[in-house]
Design a binder for this molecule. Structure first.
Ligand code: KMH
Ligand code: ZN
Length: 310
C-alpha cells in the first residue's frame, strides 16, 4: 500500500495571541495574505484563517475584512482555504459564521464542545501591552465559556455542511468531543472521510503529552475505524514535539502562529513559513512526504477551489 502523505495545515493568526506577544503575528489583511501565501509556498496544503481588526489586531469576525485577504490568497496559491468558525470564545455564533457563509469555503473548523478556554495565564508574562484590549481580552477568559452546544454544532453542520458543501476540521479538545462527533455521525449529520484535529494544551482541554495523544487516537480508532484521519495541534512550546509524534504515528500536522509563536526554545518564529519549513524538514527526516493541496483535496473529499464564493 502506498504510504499516506502528511497534510500540513498552517493556522496563520488565530485569536489567541496578541500583538504584544510577537511583532511577527500578522493582523492586517496585507500581512495575513502575505503570510498565508508564504506558508503555502513553504508546503502548507491547508490554510486555517481568522481575521483581525486592521487598526489594532484585535480578533474580528467581520466578513468584509476576510474578503480583503481571501481572494488574494486564492489567486496566489492552490492551498485549501479553511475558515475558522471558532472565531474567538467571546464572539456570538452568528458572528462566527458570517464570513464562512459569505465565502462558502472548501473547509471550516468546527469545535466539538463547549468549554473553558483560559488565556488569562498569559497576563503574568508581560508588564506592558501595546493595546488596552489585549489584557482585557485575556482577563475576560477567566469567566467566559467557549460555547459550542449540540444545537450550535448542528447549526454549523446544516448551514455550512449541507448548505455550502463545506467540509470540516473537527476540533476535539478532549476525549468527550470525539464521542460528540460520533453522535453526529450516528445521526447521519456528518460522514467520512472525517478530518479530526486533536487539540492539546488549551487551558480547559486535554493536556499536551504523548500519552494523551495515544489515548485520543485509540478512542478515535474505536469510534471511526478507517473512516477518519487525524491531525494534531499543540499550544506553545508543545507544538513541534507533539506534531512530530503525530506524524510518526501516521497523522497529519498543524503548525502556525495561531498555535505557537515560537520556532525553538526562546526563539520567536519570524513567520508562519518558518514553522511550515521546520516541520517539512522534520517530516523529510522521518521519510514522510507532504501532501500537495490536490492530494489533500482528494484525501478529505473536498469540493474544489473553484466552488467557493471568493
Ligand atoms: N485556536 C485553536 C486552539 C477555531 O478556529 O475554530 C483552535 C481553533 C479553533 O483553531
Ligand atoms: Zn482557529
Amino acid at each position: 500500500m502506498a504510504k499516506k502523505k502528511v497534510i500540513v495545515t498552517c493556522a496563520v493568526t488565530g485569536s489567541v495571541h496578541t500583538p504584544t506577544m510577537s511583532d511577527h503575528l500578522p493582523f492586517t489583511p496585507d500581512q495575513i495574505a502575505a503570510e498565508a501565501i508564504a506558508a503555502a509556498e513553504a508546503g502548507a496544503s491547508i490554510l486555517h484563517l481568522h481575521a483581525r481588526d486592521p487598526a489594532d489586531g484585535r480578533p474580528t469576525a467581520d466578513p468584509d475584512v476576510f474578503m480583503q485577504f481571501l481572494p488574494r490568497i486564492k489567486q496566489a496559491t492552490d492551498a485549501v482555504v479553511n475558515i475558522s468558525t471558532g472565531g474567538s470564545s467571546l464572539m456570538s455564533l452568528d458572528d462566527r459564521l458570517a464570513a464562512a457563509l459569505r465565502a462558502r469555503p472548501e473547509m471550516c473548523s468546527l469545535n466539538m464542545g463547549s468549554m473553558n478556554f483560559g488565556l488569562y495565564p498569559a497576563l503574568d508574562r508581560y508588564d506592558t501591552w501595546k493595546h488596552a484590549w489585549e489584557p482585557e481580552l485575556l482577563e475576560a477568559t477567566r469567566d467566559s465559556i467557549f460555547k459550542n452546544t449540540f444545537k450550535d454544532i448542528e447549526t454549523v453542520l446544516k448551514l455550512l455542511g449541507e448548505g455550502c458543501g463545506t467540509r470540516f476540521e473537527f476540533e476535539c479538545y478532549d476525549v468527550g468531543h470525539l464521542y460528540t462527533l460520533a453522535h453526529f455521525r450516528d445521526r447521519g449529520l456528518v460522514g467520512g472521510p472525517l478530518f479530526i484535529q486533536f487539540v492539546f494544551g488549551v487551558l480547559g482541554g486535554i493536556g499536551p503529552d504523548a500519552e494523551n495523544l495515544t489515548h485520543m487516537k485509540r478512542i478515535a480508532d474505536k469510534l471511526f475505524g478507517e473512516d477518519y484521519s487525524f491531525s494534531v495541534l499543540a499550544a506553545g512550546r508543545h507544538q513541534m514535539p507533539l506534531v512530530t509524534i503525530a506524524a510518526a504515528m501516521g497523522g497529519n500536522v498543524r503548525v502556525g502562529l495561531e498555535d505557537s509563536l515560537y520556532l525553538g526554545r526562546g526563539a520567536l518564529a519570524r513567520s508562519n513559513a518558518d514553522q511550515v519549513a521546520r516541520i517539512g524538514t522534520i517530516l523529510d527526516a522521518l521519510s514522510l512526504e507532504v501532501a500537495t493541496p490536490a492530494e489533500a483535496r482528494e484525501m478529505l473529499a473536498l469540493k474544489g477551489g473553484d466552488l467557493v464564493a471568493f
